[in-house]
Design a protein around this ligand. Structure first.
Ligand code: NDP
Length: 487
């Protein structure tokens, strides 16, 4: 058995689990059988770490000096560096910084002074502590450049690599809208979609199955570090369902990223529109019902919001942790477009005349839901991008051992998942236009409540692991998870 490298009481740098961040920690013990070091972080969190996640205290200082020498050399030799900014934006909206190339160096002095971020096995350098403020500044400056194509870095993956993503879903959506407008102009009958909905759904199912078989087969030909951690149980059924390969790509075309937003969300909008025309045809109306207009408009707003904020998907579990298998392929290509359009489908054959006061109440409900949903998501995104943003100075925060803080006021001080609350309020507003005669229009909110309650529990578990005592403090201050005073 190899001798242990670090002794009890020694101060070392310990990697924070699931991240690439290293902190000063004290070794408090060593378990010979598991070969794990027990370490204590400065905020009191105690964890067990593998030897490979523990480095000597001076490890980064030495590396950093040599890296900065390399950097200054490579800068002077390579003027092209500044011509290839990491990202630029073309929509005039605030650009988002790639996650993890982080603010941590600049904030919360008591914790951050001992933080180092290590990008092991990164594509361009073997060992690069990201403490380069100049580079950060350059990157911020690039936000002011405007380009048609926006390319952003994804978060560093477990293997240390970062993938690049082309952000243009909103343009794709506009293109899709133009194609629909051209179809309508040429008198294409969109109620065809309703008349053939089952055939379309079955085709999508077959396509998602074929895609999953392709994904499963190709996953046997990729390096092991490109496989998803959770999709390699050895059980064919489980791995086929969950997905073996993390980010399958054909050249630069990322299959999972493409399927996550585009076909499903745009398909949902197109199906809704087809159902709107079907309603007019079936009920011999000159204009769609108010209920149908509300359902279509609310869901259109939701889809446009998701496509406009496309980059937000890059930090989700789907992209960062989960493999691409049958579950995601079916969810993206079948479940979202065909199940999320159930309200509009119901209205085609079940007219529900709304009075204006009722319609206005439902609009108000959807608006409240949207304000909470967007407010909460934007507040967190803005804070994660730049916790020193003067616009966020009013927010109270709790520092954590990772260097990231948790917001405890504003939306995130209201409940622990205000974005889920807003989403669920909107889901209710999408069902109410259909009246109360049937359960079908309420299927979405019932299913979505279960999904978000389960997702919240998973996230809670991850955050407790990630933030330790700081998360417990947050939970003490913000007692409710999703519904204030209820849950
Ligand atoms: P969230 O956007 O809620 O992200 C959770 C993460 O936020 C945590 O892991 C933590 O990550 C960070 N966080 C949690 N609390 C705080 C805090 N107090 N201060 C700062 N950061 C905090 O997760 P989802 O990806 O689940 O949801 C995103 C949106 O997508 C939601 O609006 C949700 O409703 C919606 N959604 C919609 C679905 C649909 O089918 N329509 C399906 C799933 C989600 P860290 O600290 O590492 O940043």
């Amino acid at each position: 058995m190899p001798a242990k490298m670090f002794s009890d009481g020694e101060m070392v740098m310990g990697r924070w689990p699931g991240s690439q961040l290293y902190y000063e920690v004290r070794v408090t013990g060593y378990n010979k059988s598991t070969q794990l070091y027990a370490v204590k972080y400065k905020d009191g969190t105690e964890l067990n770490l593998k030897e490979s996640d523990v480095k000597p205290l001076n490890y980064f200082k030495t590396k950093k000096r040599s890296i900065s020498r390399q950097r200054s050399r490579s800068r002077s030799r390579s003027p092209a560096r500044t011509q290839t900014p990491k990202r630029s934006t073309s929509r005039g909206r605030e650009a988002k910084k790639p996650v993890q190339k982080e603010e941590v160096q600049k904030k919360d002095p008591p914790t951050t002074k001992f933080i180092h971020q290590l990008q092991e096995n990164s594509t361009n350098s073997k060992t690069t502590p990201v403490t380069d403020f100049k580079e950060e500044k350059e990157e911020n400056n690039t936000k002011k450049t405007y380009r048609v194509v926006e390319i952003v870095d994804g978060v560093p993956l477990a293997n240390g690599k970062k993938l690049q993503y082309r952000i243009n879903a909103f343009y794709a959506f506009l293109l899709c809208g133009a194609a629909l407008a051209a179809a309508l102009y040429n008198e294409v009958n969109l109620s065809y979609i309703h008349n053939n909905l089952l055939q379309l759904a079955i085709s999508a199912m077959v396509f998602s199955l074929v895609l999953s078989i392709y994904l499963y087969l190709r996953s046997w030909h990729v390096p092991t570090d490109e496989l998803a951690a959770g999709g390699n149980s050895g059980s064919f059924v489980y791995d086929f369902f969950i997905g073996r390969e993390l980010n399958p790509r054909i050249k630069n075309f990322d299959l999972k990223y493409f399927c996550e937003l585009r076909p499903g969300l745009m398909g949902w909008v197109v199906i809704n529109l087809g159902l709107l025309f079907a309603e007019m045809e079936m009920q011999q109306r000159d204009v769609p019902s108010l209920a149908m207009i509300l359902v279509n408009s609310f869901q259109l707003l939701y889809v446009m919001d998701a496509l406009w904020n496309e980059e937000a998907i890059l930090t989700t579990m789907d992209i960062v942790h989960d493999g691409f298998g049958y579950m995601l392929a079916f969810g993206d290509l079948v479940w979202v477009p065909f199940v999320y359009s159930l309200q509009a489908f119901y209205l085609v054959n079940h007219p529900n005349e709304l009075t204006w006061p009722v319609a206005l109440t439902i609009i108000a409900l959807n608006t409240v839901g949207y304000i909470i949903f967007r407010g909460a998501n934007s507040q967190k995104n803005a804070f994660r991008r730049n916790p020193h943003d003067p616009k966020l100075a009013h927010l109270k925060t709790i520092p954590t051992a990772t260097g990231r803080s948790l917001i405890v006021s504003g939306w995130w001080g209201f409940v622990r998942h205000p974005n889920y609350l807003g989403d669920l309020i909107m889901a209710l507003a999408w069902s109410l236009p259909c009246g109360f005669n049937h359960i079908i229009p309420y299927f979405y909110i019932i299913y979505f409540t279960c999904l978000l309650v389960h997702r919240e529990a998973r996230d809670e578990h991850q955050c407790r692991k990630k933030y330790g005592v700081a998360w417990n403090k947050y939970c003490q201050q913000v007692r409710y998870r999703i519904f204030p005073y209820v849950y």
